[in-house]
Ligand binder design. Structure first.
Ligand code: ATP
Ligand code: MG
Length: 473
């Protein structure tokens, strides 16, 4: 153990200290472990708090009573909920600002060592241990294999994780090939961590990923997606995408994108399709839907590539074809259907131009059809896409004008849906003396159209009069 090299760059919140203290008080060892130690040392706010102890799960349960929730007992994990009043934003707890975002509980896990991994994904068995060193040895990377005792201010660092943190390097605990053979997801975790922390992956770890990338196909889509999503919204996403592609992982996770690597394109572009794609991802804000849309927006290019007689390159309908391909990729990776619809629609419309002759009514109908949020996302994608060509700037004239026209049209009248009309179906049936049926709906839709063109028509009187006229024609 050593204590000199560890600088506590952020305060540890008191509910976490209290759990460690309580375990010590009952005669057990207890350390803060994993990502939290790494993040504190880097001066970043930990996403979650993991505590490792030699207390068995049943001991942890009896110490913390009702606050203990057996969330992963088979693996020795008990979630310990913070005391009431210690939770987010109560202001009572020291370091409460942390907890605002970081939840209300810590995971307390018994020291363990993992058995044999025969399926390349998870250990066949786990056994509890009384040694923190043994517990750290099963962890993936040296920077994640640190334990910190906040009372003794001691750091347990058997694999030189502190040195790697200082040197900003991701390195496997033990032999990389052996560790990736146990659990192939670790390869993708290395890439995700590199992107989140802006760290290098050390050469032998990277080399092992290169030679074992194919084994990522053994991993479930849920685990792959969790890492991919975090990589996509991370601060150094460029590094993540470069590594994903350079190590060969991309070719096994999204082979459709691998085909864009090295692919030259037409006159507006100075970069290959993949390089342009990476640029677009970096330029769009780190919201998952936007990052996915940027990542997949040109995925239709390989399938639509053609050359004309002058040798110019074209990608006719790559937006439409790309939207289909993107949806199939996202379905394969198990994304929720509303996200698939949003992302593939953004891709489908990413070349869309609105007709500058459109009336206010046409603009309102467009907004009613696509939704305002969708159009704003489309503008962001358009801007990132154009800027990433290396030759264009801003979101372009057509999109700028569309946003301007939307603002104007909305100032003059709201976007309406059937439910916002001053009359409803029963008013129509009463006044026209007709039974329920398709005719009622048809008249309502026609009225909505008229109100979109002229919002001042939306009064009961005027609409009933118009309904009578429509009925007579
Ligand atoms: P973050 O919380 O920022 O994702 P983390 O490092 O805490 O980062 P978790 O997924 O919360 O990551 O895992 C907690 C700890 O468990 C890690 O720090 C690491 O020590 C260990 N760990 C997680 N996944 C694996 C794995 N697949 N193989 C080996 N150890 C792992
Ligand atoms: Mg964590």
């Amino acid at each position: 153990m050593c204590s000199e090299s560890f600088a506590l760059k952020l305060e540890i919140p008191s509910p976490v200290l209290e759990i460690v203290n309580e375990l010590h008080h009952h005669g057990y060892q207890a350390f803060i472990v994993g990502g939290a130690v790494r993040d504190i040392q880097l001066g970043q706010r930990p996403k979650d708090w993991d505590i490792a102890t030699d207390a068995l799960p049943e001991d942890v349960e009896s110490i913390f009573g009702e606050r203990a929730i057996p969330t992963g007992e088979r693996f020795g994990t008990i979630t310990v909920v913070f005391h009431r009043g210690e939770k987010a934003g109560s202001g009572q707890a020291k370091g409460a600002d942390y907890l605002e975002e970081d939840g209300h509980a810590a995971e307390v896990t018994t020291f363990r060592s993992d058995g044999i991994y025969s399926d390349g994904r998870r250990p066949d068995s786990v056994s509890f241990s009384s040694s923190i060193e043994e517990d750290l040895a099963r962890r993936d990377f040296t920077i994640n294999a640190l334990a910190y005792d906040p009372f003794r201010h001691e750091i347990v660092d058997p694999f030189n994780g502190m040195r790697d943190l200082r040197e900003r390097r991701i390195s496997c605990v033990g032999k990389p090939e052996a560790r990736f053979k146990e659990d192939a997801l670790r390869m993708l975790r290395a890439v995700r961590l590199a992107a989140e922390l802006s760290f290098e992956i050390c050469p032998d770890t990277k080399h092992a990923i290169l030679s074992m990338a194919h084994s990522i196909t053994k991993i479930s889509k849920e685990r792959i997606r969790a890492e991919l999503d975090r990589m996509l919204v991370s601060p150094d996403v460029k590094r993540g995408l470069d590594l994903l592609q350079g190590t060969g992982l991309l070719g096994h996770i999204i082979p459709e994108l691998q085909q864009t690597v090295g692919m030259e394109q037409g006159s507006n572009h100075i970069h290959t399709v993949w390089r342009h794609t990476m640029d677009a991802v970096c330029r769009i804000e780190p919201a998952l839907a936007l990052r996915l849309a940027a990542l997949l927006h040109d995925v239709g290019k390989p399938a639509t590539l053609s050359r004309d007689e002058q040798g110019r390159i074209w990608f006719h309908h790559h937006d439409i074809v790309g939207a289909e391909i993107a949806a199939s990729i996202m379905r394969r990776l198990g994304y929720p259907s509303d996200l698939i619809t949003h992302v593939s629609s953004l891709i489908k419309y990413h070349m869309f131009r609105f007709n500058t002759e459109a009336t206010d009514g046409d603009i309102r109908r467009l907004v009613a059809q696509l939704g305002l949020d969708f159009i704003y996302d489309l503008a962001k994608l358009r801007e990132a896409d154009r800027e990433a060509t290396g030759t264009m700037h801003g979101m372009g004239e057509n999109m700028t004008l569309l946003l301007h026209r939307i603002r104007e049209a909305l100032a003059r009248g709201p976007i309406l849906h059937l439910k916002d009309l001053a009359i409803d179906g029963s008013d129509i049936m009463d006044i026209l003396n007709i039974p329920p049926g398709p005719k009622v709906g048809a008249i309502l839709h026609r009225l909505l159209d008229m109100v979109m063109d002229d919002p001042s028509l939306n009064t009961k009187e005027k609409l009933l009069e118009l309904a009578r006229e429509l009925n007579n024609h």
